[in-house]
Design a binder for this molecule. Sequence first.
Ligand SMILES: Cc1cc2nc3c(=O)[nH]c(=O)nc-3n(C[C@H](O)[C@H](O)[C@H](O)COP(=O)(O)OP(=O)(O)OC[C@H]3O[C@@H](n4cnc5c(N)ncnc54)[C@H](O)[C@@H]3O)c2cc1C
Length: 380
Amino acid sequence: MFELSKEQQMLVKMVREFSEREIAPLAEELDRTGEFPNETTMKLCKLGLLGLNVPREYGGAGLKDVDKVLAIMEVARACSSTGEMFAVQLLVNDIIVHHGTEAQKQKYLGMTCKEGKIGAFGLTEPGAGSDAGGLQTTAVQDGDYYILNGSKCFISNIGPHEGEYVIVIAVTDKAKRTHGGMTAFLVDRDTPGFTLGKLEDKMGIRGAAVSELIFEDCRVHKSQILGKVGKGFHIAMSGLDSGRVGIASQSCGEAQAALDAAIEYAKQRSQFGKPIASKQGLQWYLAEMATKLEAAKLLALKAADLRDRGEPAGMNASMAKFFAAETANEIAAKAVQIHGGYGYMKDYAIERIYRDARILTIYEGTSEVQKIVIAKELLK
Ligand SMILES: Cc1cc2nc3c(=O)[nH]c(=O)nc-3n(C[C@H](O)[C@H](O)[C@H](O)COP(=O)(O)OP(=O)(O)OC[C@H]3O[C@@H](n4cnc5c(N)ncnc54)[C@H](O)[C@@H]3O)c2cc1C
């Protein structure tokens, strides 16, 4: 747990070199243009990273959750938008690996691992965010088909030119709702009745595609049910455990980028005749930032290690996500402070990293929701 294996060290080296060479140089442009990193997605596919957590028989690399943490940290350190796309894809892979039929695995995991096509996870609705039990999207059976009606909002990894399919959680039995009344469906992008609504214009992670999804009498064959009828809420919640470890890793990567930028700037900026790094006040900031980041990384790795060993990890995933996301925001804010007025200007990467970090305490469950999960476990 405290020492990475040789293979893990090689993975970190490989992903870091790739991210520094291919991803970091695009981060500013993706933020400025709002364009999705389609070319990088293909490169991640060719390197075997897009299918990092997919078993080898479906074209993936067959790696574990700890490897996932290490890889996401490096990608997000180079570019938050690309880190978010990558973290969401690994969550989608995970859900299909655990709940898909053989045919679904061949089709969807194969598509991602071999063709670089990405998928989305659609849970949130305009009236159901933190309270996922309040979903209104319905799926009504009609012979061999289910008819979906409703809408989803803020869904990542799907936009005008990206995203081939989405895992949609819909209500199949209103009386049962979270107790067996929800079902997960794999819906292809070109399914009649499924359209994309608004592409969101965001504060940060501007290169990530986040869209509204609209279902109007959308006919989905029963073979597209993921897992069993009535298991949708369970699939969504267990998927979120995986996703939260992913966002904790993304948070650590972004926090590392902010810390790196702060250290570099503090060494080269002089005031009162000396580099500002010589001031003890700023040294203490840096020491606190580095210590909290180390703690956040260990929490993410611990949650991933529990998952790899098949142990219950829900509370640890929430602890990791809560602490890493809050820490990333704190570190990014301190890093802007260390940059002084220059940190407020778009000429410096820290301005973007600060905006990018803001989402981390909100999606995959807000910090408040993570604390509800942790407290529930403590008090049971
Ligand atoms: C950029 C972006 C990408 C996203 N990607 C996806 C995606 O791919 N798939 C997906 O399904 N969703 C996605 N989401 C949605 C995201 O998960 C939700 O926004 C989030 O869960 C919060 O829901 P909400 O926005 O409706 O806020 P609300 O639930 O309305 O919360 C508002 C505030 O109230 C607080 N609150 C709510 N309930 C409680 C409570 N019981 N106790 C204390 N405080 C409470 C919250 O913590 C928050 O501070 C994304 C969102 C964004 C912004």
